[in-house]
Design a protein around this ligand. Structure first.
Ligand code: THU
Length: 144
């Protein structure tokens, strides 16, 4: 169970990560921060592409960075925040693809991370299992 201080800290790190967004096409800057059981945090920002469909979301960039650094499982919380031009308004929930990408990391450690969706004000708190019920994942392929 995370405290509100941990929540605010992780959202702050997502907000900071959003400053690294490369979003010249949508101008929608997104930051994501992943909190692991050992207290470490891995962040990411969205990286767009002139071939629009190749753009990467902040959550996917963060999961990729974590897994490429050798992380498996231990994902306890995720914060995501976004807004046009880096001005945060409505809360942002992870897109469908990112839910599946997050699920790979979560299921590899059998956790159901809390997801903090932040914006200009207020935080929508949910769980990955609520955003992606009946998920297909590593277990379906006989993996951990
Ligand atoms: N985006 C994210 O980074 N995460 C999400 O969960 C939703 C969308 C990005 C993708 C694209 O660069 C921009 O926001 C507009 O869709």
């Amino acid at each position: 169970m995370q405290t509100s201080a941990e929540r605010d800290r992780l959202i702050g790190m997502a907000r900071e990560a959003a400053t690294g967004a490369y979003a010249p096409y949508s101008r929608f800057h997104v930051g994501a921060a992943l909190l692991f059981a050992d207290g470490s945090v891995v962040t990411g920002a969205n990286v767009e592409n002139a071939s629009y469909g190749l753009s990467l979301c902040a959550e996917t960039v963060a999961v990729s960075a974590a897994m490429a650094a050798g992380r498996r499982g231990g994902l306890v919380a995720v914060a995501v925040i976004g807004g046009i031009g880096g001005v945060f308004g409505e809360t942002v929930t992870p897109c469908g693809r990112c839910r599946q990408v997050l699920n790979e990391l979560a299921q590899s450690g059998d956790t159901d991370p809390v997801i903090w969706c932040a914006g200009g004000e207020g935080v929508f708190e949910t769980r990955l299992s609520a955003l992606l019920p009946h998920a297909f994942g590593p277990a379906n392929l006989g993996q951990a």
